[in-house]
Design a binder for this molecule. Structure first.
Ligand code: ATP
Ligand code: MG
Length: 736
């Protein structure tokens, strides 16, 4: 028996070697669920299962990369090459690319991220002359997203009387018209948003039974990590694909279900046994990650939830340190105390910074923490926040690439036609749009085929537009022969983006140029990697990597991807949502206050509160050796000082697990149950506001930016998105 199998406990081993039947593994944090999946795949390969018959779905790209690497270490890197391993979105976007023609999309379809989607919604609301107060673009986009994740197309939506009534009640009866137009425009633009990747996969499988049969036959083994956070659209995809072989293995933990606001359903776990009646159920009870104190404290919290699958979870590790609770007067002081504690922990325990994480409920909390870490020269990296792919220069360049690859992409066209400024104003763009609409052309098709007269343009404007069209046409013509990175560089130069920043000489321009350079480098790196993979697997179809291919890949990247080794020895800062599945020696959870964690939105409804509690459970169970929980008595929110009460969650942990160095009465549960505590604007002690007003806003170069876009998608966004109208509103989100 291979060594890695021997190292498993009995229950884990059973779950690994019995890979020929549908399996359900529901177990607590740190019990080795992900490890079981990894070993199961390795074992299957050893038993002669062909790698390309395995479909392994993870929650993040990073998780997929780690799993692949781990299996590579157990067997050989080559062995893992052909496994279909990745997120729902990345794998099904690949399938959609191959089958795009059936759905009437180009195979080089564009993928819209959340901000693209919101911009399109905004534009539609404007075109329809609706008020963006009544029809808030963010809310509308969230509701469209939720509808799609529940497989409700505009047609189905319109036919649904209760949804219509709900919209009338909310005084936005035209929602469905916006939804319709949105879908129509995406299609015209040859674009899919993140939710479309799932919705269209479902449409493909439903409307083309032969295509479904082909993939059913191929994927004999389907494995899903973090199953508790799959939404309905994902669930249906899995169920359809598994119809033929019924060979699904899912692992998850109902206590860690933290995405219900975007449509994830714990019911998917409960339904599994009905869908696959001969499924075997494996129980993993031993926690290998954390000390007894952490496991027991986490259990004592989650017990407060009424909706949960009862399960045992114990640790045989040492008892370990108590959980330290830090109280501060202000959020600023909280940050300073945390930084101080990190510095001494690292020194005393001889840790590296990478073994430490600071988790928070909302991204807004990161700023004061950053400031204090910088004050102590502690290196850190932030995941989330303004991410690399959301920066203007990167969005601009990517829009050029999108337009070159997919000339129907009107959103990209609008973004770049006058960026950098080339004297083509709104009036001209509106004329182009009118002429295009009349003839049913995309904007680029219009400028490249119509005459100036057709578009009612005068000489000067006409010339500028023709020059622009000519440039895009030439770049597009290079796609067939040029290497991706050559073409990428060509686009950056010919578009004038590089030249414009070079002339500016400001620090912002220098940083923009660095970012552009990094993007071009990443094309190069991607090309090299793909070629290496092709060479290793004796596949010479990959002699050239096209820009189309790279673009699809890049649209799905997140903050966690492309981590550079020199950036590794840093404290990790991220939202609790972002930390799912990860582990660190020491974990700091900041801002444990009523109205923040649990969040204000969750108070007053039991379901929301239980989800916050699960989120807290996730936070605490990331810690291997130690956890530190902190709260402040006052905090700046929306520019105002507010008083805060300690989070009820602090009071819910059995005090015997806590190390409290202040009057513990402060932690008693807030009176009045779920009533939102008073949120007092600071009026009294004048010092605070003054002191806080002097803060600098550190953004831009000082941060470590990652090639990521998590925040853009809201996927990692810690804040509950605006309620879009369904019971749980969805952010237009997806981790790729
Ligand atoms: P989460 O619910 O947080 O995703 P999980 O159930 O997926 O947790 P893993 O991440 O797979 O848990 O495992 C937690 C830690 O325990 C990892 O460091 C893993 O390597 C270790 N571990 C799991 N099983 C064993 C084992 N049998 N022997 C030693 N270490 C183990
Ligand atoms: Mg896991």
């Amino acid at each position: 028996m291979s060594e890695y199998i021997q190292k498993l406990n009995d229950a884990q081993r059973e779950a690994v070697v019995n890979f020929r039947c549908p399996s359900l593994i529901v177990a607590g944090a740190g019990s080795g669920k992900t490890r079981v999946l990894t070993c199961r795949i390795a074992y299957m390969l050893e038993q002669g299962v062909a790698p390309d018959t395995i479909l392994a779905l993870t929650f993040t790209n990073k998780a997929a990369a780690e799993m692949r690497e781990r299996i590579g270490q157990l067997l050989s890197p080559q062995a893992t090459r052909r496994i279909w391993m990745g997120t729902f979105h990345s794998l099904f976007s690949r399938i959609l690319r191959a089958e795009a023609d059936k759905l009437g999309y180009p195979s080089s379809y564009t993928i819209y991220d959340a901000s693209d989607a919101r911009n399109l919604v905004k534009q539609i609301i404007r075109e329809m002359n609706l008020s963006d107060e009544t029809y808030k673009p963010g809310d509308i986009a969230a509701r469209i997203s939720l509808a799609k994740n529940n497989l409700i197309t505009p047609g189905a939506y319109e036919a649904n009387a209760s949804l219509q009534a709900e919209d009338r009640e909310r005084r936005r009866p035209q929602f469905v018209d916006i939804y319709k137009l949105y879908v129509q425009k995406c299609r015209q633009n040859g674009a899919m948003d993140f939710d479309d990747l799932l919705l269209n996969t479902n449409i493909l499988f439903k409307d083309f039974p032969d295509v479904l049969a082909r993939y059913q036959a191929q994927f004999r083994y389907i494995l899903v990590d973090e199953y508790q956070d799959t939404n309905f659209a994902q669930y249906v995809i899995i169920r359809r694909l598994a119809e033929q072989h019924s060979n699904v293995c899912v692992v998850g933990d109902d206590a860690q279900s933290i995405y219900s606001f975007r449509g994830a359903k714990i019911e998917n776990i409960l339904r599994f046994r009905n869908d696959f009646p001969d499924a075997r159920i494996f129980k993993l009870e031993q926690n290998y990650r954390s000390t007894q104190t952490i496991v027991d404290a986490a259990n004592s919290i989650i017990e407060k939830n009424t909706k949960q699958i009862r399960k045992r979870s114990f640790s045989t590790a040492e008892q370990g340190e108590k959980i330290k609770v830090i109280k501060a007067y202000t959020d600023k002081e909280e940050a300073i105390l945390i930084a101080g504690d990190i510095a001494s922990t690292v020194r005393e325990k001889d840790l590296s910074y990478s073994e430490i994480a600071i988790l928070y409920r909302t991204n807004a909390q990161s700023r004061s923490l950053e400031e204090s870490l910088r004050g102590r020269n502690i290196p850190y990296k932030i995941y989330g926040g303004v991410s690399f792919y959301q920066r203007k220069e990167i969005k601009d360049l990517l829009a050029y690439v999108r337009l070159v690859v997919n000339p129907k992409d009107d959103e990209a066209f609008r973004r770049v036609i006058n960026t950098p400024a080339r004297g083509i104003g709104d009036v001209t763009v509106n004329r182009i749009a009118a002429a295009a609409a009349e003839r049913n052309l995309s904007l680029w098709e219009a400028v490249s085929t119509l005459s100036s007269d057709d578009m009612e343009m005068k000489g000067a404007a006409g010339k500028k537009v023709t020059a622009f069209a000519g440039m895009i046409g030439e770049l597009s013509g290079m796609r067939a022969t040029a290497e991706a990175y050559e073409l990428g560089l060509e686009i950056a130069v010919r578009s004038g983006i590089i030249g414009t920043y070079k002339m500016q000489q400001t620090p912002e321009a220098v940083s923009a140029l660095e970012n552009i350079e990094e993007l071009i480098n990443s094309v190069r790196a991607y090309t090299d990697e793909q070629k290496r993979i092709a060479a290793e697997s004796g596949d010479d179809a990959q002699a050239r990597v096209t820009l189309d291919e790279w673009l699809q890949n890049v649209a799905l990247l997140t903050d966690m991807d492309n981590e550079k080794p020199e950036e590794r020895n840093k404290v990790t800062m991220m939202t609790v949502h972002g930390a799912k599945g990860l582990e660190f020696e020491y974990v700091y959870v900041a801002g444990l206050e009523e109205n923040l964690f649990p969040s204000m939105m969750s108070l007053g409804n039991e379901e929301g509160l239980e989800e916050e509690r699960r989120l807290f459970y996730v936070a605490l169970t990331r810690a291997k050796r130690g956890a530190v929980l902190s709260f402040a008595e006052s905090r700046f929110k929306w520019g105002e000082m507010t008083f805060c009460r300690p989070s009820r969650f602090l009071g819910e942990i059995d005090p015997k697990f806590l190390d409290i160095q202040f009057d513990a009465d402060d932690l008693s549960a807030p009176e009045g149950g779920n009533d939102a505590p008073v949120r007092t604007a600071y009026g009294g002690r004048g010092g605070y506001r003054k002191q806080e007003a002097g803060r600098k806003d550190y953004t831009g170069n000082a941060r470590t930016y990652y090639s990521g876009r998590e925040q853009s998608r809201g996927e990692r966004s810690s804040e509950r998105p605006a309620q879009g109208g369904f019971r749980h509103a969805a952010a237009p989100v997806r981790e790729m």
